[in-house]
Design a protein around this ligand. Sequence first.
Ligand SMILES: [Mg+2]
Length: 249
Amino acid sequence: MVNRSYSTVTRMRAEIPTSPRISGILFDFGGTLDGDGLHWLDRFYQLYASSDLPLARSQIRAAFDFAEARALEDPAMQNAPLEEMVRRHVHCQFAHLSIDDRSLEEQIATQFTADVRVVANRNRALLEELAQNDLRLGVISNGCGNTAELCDELGFSPYLAVVLDSKLVGLSKPDPQFFVRAAQELGLTPDRVLMVGDSLVRDIQPAKQIGMQTAWLIADRTATHPAADYRISVLPEMRAVLTPLAPLE
Ligand SMILES: [Mg+2]
């Protein structure tokens, strides 16, 4: 007599697609390690919306872009801790918006920083867990030069083998060479590396282009793209790497 349930399980297991074993994980920083797929701009939209300032999203976007450009040129940003970095960023936004309200400026910067710390504290525990499973971990960021300092401050550094900051490396996302460099520094071939990031264009597509596996961090559970091997809606779903991850449907 045939054991139907046994034969079914066997057949299904044989159909599970195999992928190269993941030996290392690269994380984007902004919007990934410091947020659950929420870009800094989206977080500022929310904070401004709760401030009652009559600002259009286009105005906030312009102020944000201005602050981003200034941050890249500001030498003080290169070793700024989290709170100072955010304060400087918000100060530039307010200057561009021609708003003179130091109390509100302080309030927005403080709330932004507090939100980052909550998410980062949760993610520190996740990095620790992944590192304990013999995964080589790294961060690849279009930063201001202070990514390593931020990783120190948020408790990530003990679990990271490499931290690459575009400002210091001289390469930036989405240049595929930046990802090639990251894999080299991890000491792994790209196919053994999983890239985790919230940006399809800056993280997922270039990583896939050089042969990495990719996990796209995006809240929309219906989102899909050929360059994304996996989709996660919050970073702790990375724990599925150990089980392994369920592929995108
Ligand atoms: Mg990002």
